[in-house]
Design a protein around this ligand. Structure first.
Ligand SMILES: [Zn+2]
Length: 242
């Protein structure tokens, strides 16, 4: 099985790299309202780019801008795909679910990172998809997924209420509650908590780092959703889907 995996992993990584390019394209175009199929342009100067620039990040010939975020996202996506298929090679449906879920989580993380927003249109269809794929896996997976989604929503609603009570303002956005519901549905009731804790811990460390380096002198917004989504990807790779 190990030898089989070695042949298969570069293919999984290549598919992840291609789909990562589409995720970056969606993440850039969704907030600006640009149609997905419009000819690619340079994000910095707007000069038209080559038709395949969404797949192969290249330096702009007009202004010299290099789309670093695209390369990072495509590499993350390629790595996640390879890791998911390596980890769940004996359970192809789990490998499929983890790599697909990771793709949507990277999309949500990328948009939140740049815009501090979590779009309904990215969360709700993914929530439906997670539910349908859990049903395909087994009735038990569906139950774990539904219960996980409900429990994660309640937990984040409680955080939200606590923030209102202690600071007279919400400590979380409504998008974070939706994202928690999605993470609960992907991982299931028995696994969502450690995944959320991973993301919350990473966000807390990042907040402390920002404070220590005094870059948080003005109101610095921490893209909390990006940390939660990345924690969920790690959780899916460690513990698997619901
Ligand atoms: Zn340019």
């Amino acid at each position: 099985m190990f030898e089989g995996a070695i042949v298969f992993l570069p293919i999984a990584a290549a598919i992840g790299f291609v789909l990562g390019g589409l995720v970056e394209l969606t993440a850039v175009r969704l907030p600006s309202g640009t149609p997905l199929l419009e000819r690619p342009t340079c994000p910095s100067c707007g000069a038209s780019a080559s038709r395949w620039s969404w797949l192969f990040p290249r330096r702009c010939t007009a202004c010299g801008f290099f789309p670093r975020s695209q390369l990072v996202l495509q590499s993350l996506s390629a790595g996640t795909f390879a890791a998911a298929w390596f980890r769940f090679l004996s359970a192809p449906l789990d490998a499929f679910r983890v790599s697909l879920f990771a793709l949507f989580l990277w999309l949500i993380a990328r948009i939140d990172w740049a815009h501090h927003l979590i779009y309904l249109v990215t969360v709700v269809p993914t929530l439906l998809l997670a539910t349908i794929l859990a049903l395909l896996a087994s009735p038990r997976a569906l139950l774990l997924s539904l219960a996980g989604s409900a429990a994660a929503t309640l937990l984040f609603l409680a955080f939200y209420g606590l923030g209102q009570l202690l600071y007279q303002r919400p400590a979380l956005g409504s998008g974070d509650i939706l994202l928690a519901a999605l993470i609960g549905a992907m991982l299931g009731i028995d696994r969502f908590l450690p995944a959320l804790l991973l993301g919350m811990t990473a966000a807390a460390i990042a907040a402390l780092w920002l404070l220590a380096h005094r870059t948080a002198h003005r109101v610095t917004y921490l893209p909390y959703g990006s940390f939660l989504a990345a924690g969920a990807v790690a959780g899916l790779l460690f513990w698997g889907p619901a």
